[in-house]
Design a binder for this molecule. Structure first.
Ligand code: ADP
Ligand code: MG
Length: 229
């Protein structure tokens, strides 16, 4: 579950400001977030993941009040309980497919990389049909395959919340459906909560609920818009 109350966040004094009076996503719910480019979708995902902290307000994820945790505990919580799928995959070119999937265990001291984790990574790769490419360079994969590596990495720790940032962007229609199939299957099997930011209106009917950022956020008085979204 996700519960956000009275959230106020800005990138510095004159930067983009996001205010969210109230937002709830129930445990196990599958929600799409839509909104124009630059409306703060990625920012809200990063706040929900605890990557950035609000200036005011409460963010509760899976019963844990993220906004009350210190940096180290928030990071630990994110690594274990939240699966992030980044807009541009964020795969590491110098690691092969398997090591990219195992990355959370390689970079976090609080997770122990044992044989059972490697077995789980193999099984996940097998399940999304990249099991024969474990030792391939990630740059040599198609975009659809790269996205599946990112999905495997996001779910390796068995998170109860998946936050996916436009995971179907730049994929062909069959790969888009496939990404959704994978996310939905994981969410169903683990009773996980799924939030997916998307521009693909074709995909919206599959979600239980669509949250439109135009209605969700009360826009602040427009500061000078400079950066690209
Ligand atoms: P969306 O994902 O809906 O396209 P973002 O959350 O990425 O929107 O961005 C919302 C606004 O915040 C944009 O105007 C963007 O330029 C600005 N922004 C995003 N990240 C930063 C940052 N790290 N520092 C300053 N401004 C940022
Ligand atoms: Mg974005």
């Amino acid at each position: 579950m996700i519960r956000i109350e009275d959230l106020d966040f800005s990138y510095g004094r004159d930067g983009f400001r996001l205010t969210v009076p109230k937002l709830e996503v129930a445990a196990g719910e599958k929600v799409a977030w839509i909104g124009p480019s630059g409306s703060g979708k990625t920012t809200l995902l990063n706040l929900t993941a605890g990557i950035v902290s609000p200036d005011h307000g409460r963010i509760v994820v899976s019963g844990e009040e993220l906004s009350a945790l210190g940096d180290a505990r928030r990071r630990d919580f994110r690594v274990r309980r939240i699966g992030m799928v980044f807009q541009e995959f964020e795969l590491l070119d110098y690691l092969d497919v398997l090591d990219n999937i195992l990355l959370p265990y390689r970079i976090n001291d609080s997770l122990t990389l044992g044989p059972e984790v490697i077995e789980r990574a193999r099984a996940l790769a097998e399940g999304v049909e990249i099991g024969d490419k474990l030792h391939r360079d990630v740059q040599k994969l198609s975009r659809g395959e790269q996205q599946r590596v990112a999905l495997c990495r996001a779910v390796l720790t068995g998170p109860d919340v998946i936050l996916a940032d436009e995971p179907t962007g730049n994929l062909d229609p069959s790969n888009k459906e496939r990404v959704l199939d994978i996310l939905f299957r994981y969410a169903d099997e683990h009773e996980a909560t799924l939030v997916m930011v998307t521009h693909d209106r074709d995909l919206l009917p599959r979600f239980e609920r669509v949250l439109d950022f135009d209605e969700l956020c009360t826009p602040a008085p427009a500061p000078a818009q400079e950066a690209r979204a």
